[in-house]
Design a protein around this ligand. Structure first.
Ligand code: ZN
Length: 258
């Protein structure tokens, strides 16, 4: 058994709060009044009613999510939906701790982009800007587009990906930018000599910018971030499993393709 503060200390050793982007709200979301000693942790991508039900059914003491439960300074802000406010009240009643690891996870050297780079065997990596939410690297060969798409679909367990295709012949991908999630504005920081940007999703105006500047983009879908759950689950098992039980919430892709 560990206390909530012990666990937060472990998490923040790997993913310090000082790395959280200014606009982000990572860290403790709800601190339980009764559950200071932690026996069971549930890792998830987003906190939803289904996650809460699973947490209650399994006597979970701490939920760790990637996306912050409250994306604001406090739950009463006007930009927070009623769905979220109701969910928040239910968690308070269940009295479960909630902690979120968002941009401090994304930018870490074991974060989402680095995981993807490792999987795709991308080398010579550097960050694109100070926020570190995107990286650029190179394949050690000319990567055929079809092979890359198949690898991405398999790795992220998605049936389809979207392609903003400007000038790709079948096998000319060498320099790639990677940015998991929905970081479409990263496009403004990319130089035109990048062969391809791989990201989760992008708003239409950024797609127009990519098209107009002839930058190729692969949109894997935001579901790609379920990889966070697998990674953190594994890390917690390695570091804490002698003291706490760790569970993960296996979200199915909420988007179906027809
Ligand atoms: Zn995300």
């Amino acid at each position: 058994m560990l206390t909530i503060n012990n666990i937060i200390n472990v998490l923040e050793t790997y993913f310090p709060l000082k790395d959280v982007c200014e606009w982000d709200f990572s860290g403790i979301q709800i601190k339980s009044k009764t559950k200071t000693n932690i026996n069971k942790i549930l890792v998830c991508l987003d906190v939803t009613n289904e996650v809460l039900t699973e947490a209650i059914n399994n006597n979970i003491d701490l939920i760790i999510s990637h996306h912050p439960l409250v994306f604001a300074k406090d739950i009463n802000q006007s930009n927070i939906s009623n769905w979220k406010k109701e969910l928040y009240s239910k968690i308070l009643i269940a009295d479960i701790n909630v902690y979120s690891l968002h941009t401090n996870f994304d930018i870490s050297l074991v974060g989402m982009n680095m995981l993807m780079a490792k999987e795709l065997k991308i080398k010579n990596i550097h960050f694109i800007n100070e926020e570190k939410l995107a990286i650029v690297g190179k394949f050690d060969r000319q990567m055929p587009l079809k092979e890359l798409i198949n690898n991405l679909k398999k790795y992220f367990n998605v049936a389809n990906i979207q392609l903003v295709n400007n000038k790709l012949s079948d096998n000319n991908i060498v320099t790639v930018a990677l940015s998991a999630g929905a970081v479409g504005d990263i496009i403004s920081n990319l130089s035109n000599n990048i062969d391809l940007l791989i990201t989760g999703e992008m708003k239409w105006n950024y797609i127009m910018e990519a098209k107009d500047r002839k930058i190729n983009v692969i949109l894997v879908g935001h579901y790609m971030e379920q990889k966070f759950v697998d990674f953190l689950f594994q890390l917690l098992i390695e570091k804490l499993s002698t003291k706490v039980k760790v569970f993960k919430y296996n979200l199915e892709n909420p988007i179906t393709f027809f």
